[in-house]
Ligand binder design. Structure first.
Ligand code: ATP
Ligand code: MG
Length: 344
């Protein structure tokens, strides 16, 4: 069965948006607008799976929205909103909690990493995070989901949930005239040179909003001086850069910086090494600073400008939520019929 092609993705308002979010996700969001109908969501309900200060959360939600717009997402042609304004996400997540199996969720590495040693004390929301994520995507019956590499496992779980729903309710889906399958199996879009940007302090750890050290990441709102300082201080090894990609295999920090350069320049690691093979890190880092400042500087500036008008940002979110809800409400009506809930 052919589903209408649609893109969905989300970003959590959990703190400082960084280069990993930008290269791994937002740059892709922008590019996909040309080819698809896109829905981009600030997932505030995901954010509270770990504690968020209620004074700071609205600000963080507006900041992600400002980043979307500053990076070139067109909120008029596409849909931009925050998750909690469309209650259908939570509604469908409940149904999916009853479709997904405990054994499936027990395999999720993000929960293990985020819960850490004190698993007993993690929120139930953090554990069931992937069922809400499946609902985010499938409440729009989205077919394509651009994400960073770290979300691959959750995307696979979303596909498993869609598949199991389609199987478990196959008869009812057919009886209600939805054909062979009600939900598409959403496809992850994880491509390019920066699907997993690593910490600038430790090339084996993902760059993350929640890293305690601000030197581990480049924030989208960092000014030129901060960007320069962080890149200059980034961990490296003592060797010059290799001329071939193969030479990066055992050098995570070098691989990360070359990958960042390639992604920012819109080229490949191999091409970057054609120019910088044999160069010392000091020279390469200077070039990377120039490139990063020229790409990120204008975005940070535009974000700060937009953030000065929270009323405007809230109006974008409200308008987007209204349009999103029309689609989501349609899906929920159908899901209720399929599951067998009596409805008005
Ligand atoms: P948190 O630490 O709160 O989970 P995060 O930095 O992982 O924050 P998310 O909001 O969870 O950010 O993720 C938003 C998008 O950014 C997702 O598509 C995710 O895969 C992508 N992403 C996050 N970190 C990286 C990274 N280091 N490299 C590439 N993509 C990333
Ligand atoms: Mg994350």
């Amino acid at each position: 069965m052919a589903f209408k092609e649609r893109v969905f993705s989300g970003v959590q308002p959990t703190g400082n948006l960084h280069l990993g979010n930008y290269l791994g996700a937002i740059v892709k969001f922008v590019a996909l607008q040309e080819k698809y109908d896109c829905i981009y969501c600030v997932v505030d309900m995901h954010a509270i799976t770990v504690w968020q200060d209620p004074i700071e959360l609205p600000q963080a939600t507006r900041e992600v929205t400002a980043a979307f717009i500053a990076c070139g997402i067109d909120a008029k042609r596409h849909i931009v909103f925050n998750q909690s304004q469309v209650a259908e996400h939570a509604e469908l997540a409940w149904v999916f909690n009853c479709v997904a199996r405990v054994g499936w969720l027990n395999r999720m590495t993000q929960f293990k990493e985020k819960a850490g040693k004190d698993r007993e004390n993690a929120s139930i929301g953090l554990y069931s995070y992937p069922t809400l994520m499946a609902a985010d995507i499938l409440v729009y019956r989205a077919t394509h989901v651009p994400v960073g590499e770290d979300q691959k496992q959750h995307l696979e779980l979303s596909r498993d949930i869609a598949q199991k729903f389609n199987n478990d309710y196959a008869k009812s889906i057919l009886a209600h005239d939805y054909g062979e399958a009600f939900f598409p199996l959403p496809e992850p879009l994880i491509q390019g040179e920066a699907t997993r940007v690593m910490s600038l302090r430790d090339g084996t750890k993902k760059m993350s909003k929640s890293d305690a050290s601000d030197y581990s990441r480049i924030n989208l709102t960092d000014d030129a001086d901060a960007i320069a300082q962080k890149i200059r201080k980034a961990k490296t090894d003592p060797q010059p850069l290799p001329s071939e990609e193969k030479g990066l295999e055992t050098r995570p920090e070098a691989d990360n910086l070359v990958g960042i350069y390639a992604a920012l320049a819109g080229t490949t690691r191999a091409d970057v090494l054609k120019d910088f093979g044999g160069a010392q890190f000091s020279a390469f880092k200077a070039a990377l600073v120039d490139l990063a400042v020229s790409k990120l500087g204008p975005i940070g500036g535009e974000m700060k400008r937009l953030m000065r008008d929270p009323g405007y940002i809230d109006s974008v979110l409200a308008e987007g939520a209204g349009r999103a809800q029309i689609i989501a409400a349609d899906t929920m009506k159908a899901v209720k019929d399929i599951v067998g809930f009596v409805r008005r």
